[in-house]
Design a protein around this ligand. Structure first.
Ligand code: HQG
Length: 187
């Protein structure tokens, strides 16, 4: 098995290709975001990222966030969420917990409190049921700031929520009225 670090590097490259830039290795995603695993491995090899089927499966199975799914027939792969390319993941509306969290950083806060949470480059705003997850997401960019989303009020007001295969809560946008800043320590 390749060392963990190399696995992470390969996984980041895979995420980039499957969510944002399939053309980078000359593949096309179908309407639901799937690509044939045979095609993917052939194109990865051509683009100097050789990967065996076993190594791919190890990446998929060991991913701590469940970023990838292999189709039930074992022939196709897709990212479970996070796309910027147009794909329809076929997500069904779901009922979220009353409170959801979003991790960000201080410098985005003024815009967020004024405009609300926007999907930016992605299809959805990404939210989590756990505060700790939001802290981790925010910490990718600096000192994490967490905003609390009043999902119960949004639900009452008719805003749909979706949940990805790997448990990320998704919605189109969150208006400022549903947001409040929360300090990581108080929850
Ligand atoms: C911010 C990772 C200004 C938002 C993570 C965020 C997550 C605004 C950034 C997943 C804004 C977008 C998604 C507004 C939102 N004005 N800034 N009105 N509204 N923002 O990466 O939620 O490892 O697209 O706060 O773990 O950070 O890729 O979204 O900072 O689950 O699987 O704009 O990505 O998962 O950034 O992260 P992103 P995110 P993976």
């Amino acid at each position: 098995m390749r060392p963990r670090q190399e696995q992470i590097r390969t996984s980041k490259f895979l995420s980039m290709v499957l969510r944002h830039r399939p053309e980078r290795i000359g593949i096309e995603l179908d309407a639901a975001g799937w690509v044939s695993i045979d095609t993917l491995l052939a194109q990865l090899a051509k683009h100097r990222h050789p990967l065996s089927r076993e190594e791919l499966e190890a990446i998929v199975n060991s991913d701590e966030k469940g970023r990838y799914a292999i189709s039930s027939d074992g022939r196709r792969l897709r990212a479970n969420q996070g796309h910027s390319v147009p794909v329809d993941l076929g997500l069904q509306p779901a009922t979220p917990p009353d409170t959801l969290y979003h991790g960000t950083v201080e410098r985005f806060l003024p815009a967020i409190l004024e405009q609300g949470l926007l999907p930016m480059q992605r299809h959805h705003v990404h939210l989590s049921a756990e505060l700790e997850t939001a802290v981790r997401v925010g910490a990718r960019r600096g000192t994490a700031i967490v905003v609390r989303v009043d999902a119960a009020a949004m639900r009452r007001d008719g805003h749909p929520f979706f949940v990805s295969e790997n448990g990320v809560w998704l919605c189109e946008a969150v208006a400022p009225a549903y947001l409040s800043r929360c300090s990581a320590s108080s929850g």
